[in-house]
Ligand binder design. Structure first.
Ligand SMILES: Nc1ncnc2c1ncn2[C@@H]1O[C@H](COP(=O)(O)OP(=O)(O)OP(=O)(O)O)[C@@H](O)[C@H]1O
Ligand SMILES: [Mg+2]
Length: 306
């Protein structure tokens, strides 16, 4: 038996359910590789439990708020337990879709045109988007969610008002952005290298929660993405650049839209889904890296002061 690995999962975010799927798939893989594994729900007094368990490494399988935004990372730093994925600073930057975009733009990575609405906004919205040169349809979304939770495509002012009032109840800061038609391309980075890029063709209106997690939604996965060799290389380069400029570690997945021969980066995920059906494992599998070996790589890559 090797040293104890604690797989942190669940937690307090809207992605709690998905995190259990990621966490359980990873602990199963680690057990298969003969690691001693304990699963721990990052809820309630989990820090006490973690301290008592004295793990050699924490595999962070959390998604979303607290698990992906630097909070759990700072707890692990203060406990001096090595952990997987990005460190405190990169995690918080990546989780904030506005802050990360400022850095992407500065580094010549194209993002959709967007602006931020505070929840108490009551001005003339039509005038506002015109001023920003954005036309309907638009996309509105919380600044720090995942799994497409709270993402709405709005065809007109009426749809915007309806969905914005829903979002306002839960979120303080809301992004308003231009809708980018075209292809949905997501690219994985592993350490210092880009792994590959996959294309998603949802049967639903867009790549929403159901299209992501329900096999019944029948989203088509095209691996490798149907791009020219040149464009495939370009998206891998952009994903690696996004990973690097935010100072990410371990595995990340960058989500793009590809339209008029240009890539628009929507966001980078520092704790991408790790269920057996998730995209990073699918990309890795295509390049001959088994799920178990991907998880073991992440354990070996774990460290403190990330
Ligand atoms: N500006 C846009 N133009 C077109 N489609 C968009 C846009 N923004 C979001 N979408 C659609 O909504 C999906 C989710 O958006 P986004 O990646 O920003 O949300 P998320 O909740 O952070 O997702 P994740 O599950 O990757 O964490 C995208 O994959 C895309 O299909
Ligand atoms: Mg996304």
């Amino acid at each position: 038996m090797r040293d104890l690995i604690v797989v942190l999962m669940g937690g307090l975010s809207g992605e709690r359910k998905i995190s259990f799927l990621s966490g359980k798939a990873c602990s199963k893989a680690l057990r298969k590789k003969k690691y001693k594994v304990k699963e721990l729900d990052a809820k309630g007094y989990f820090v006490d439990k973690l301290r008592k368990l004295k793990p050699k490494i924490v595999f962070n399988a959390l998604h979303g708020k607290y698990g992906e935004d630097g909070l759990v990372q700072s707890i692990l730093e203060s406990l001096k337990i090595p952990y997987t994925h990005s460190g405190i600073f990169a995690s918080s930057l990546a989780m904030d879709k506005e802050l990360s975009r400022l850095i992407f733009k500065k580094n010549n990575i194209k993002v959709p045109k967007y602006f931020l609405l505070q929840k108490d906004y009551e001005g003339n919205f039509k005038k506002k988007i015109k001023g920003k040169k954005i036309k309907f349809p638009i996309v509105i979304k919380p600044i720090n969610e995942g799994s497409s939770l709270g993402v709405y495509i709005c065809k007109n002012k009426i749809e915007f008002s309806k969905n914005y009032s829903k979002l306002k109840k839960t979120y303080d800061r809301i992004l308003v952005e231009e809708y980018i038609p075209g292809k949905e391309i997501q690219a994985a980075v592993m350490g210092n290298k880009s792994l590959g890029a996959i294309e998603l063709i949802p049967k639903r209106k867009f790549y929403d929660y159901k299209a992501k997690y329900s096999s019944k939604a029948k989203t088509k996965h095209i691996m490798p993405a149907s791009l020219s060799q040149k464009k495939y290389k370009e998206v891998l380069f952009l994903a690696k650049k996004a990973h690097k400029v935010l100072g990410c570690k371990g595995i990340t997945r960058s989500d793009f839209r590809f339209f008029n021969n240009k890539f628009y980066l929507l966001e980078i995920n520092t704790q991408p889904g790790m269920t057996k059906l998730s995209l990073v494992p699918e990309i890795a599998h295509y390049y001959g890296l088994k799920f178990e070996d991907l998880v073991v790589w992440m354990i070996k890559d774990a460290s403190s002061q990330r």
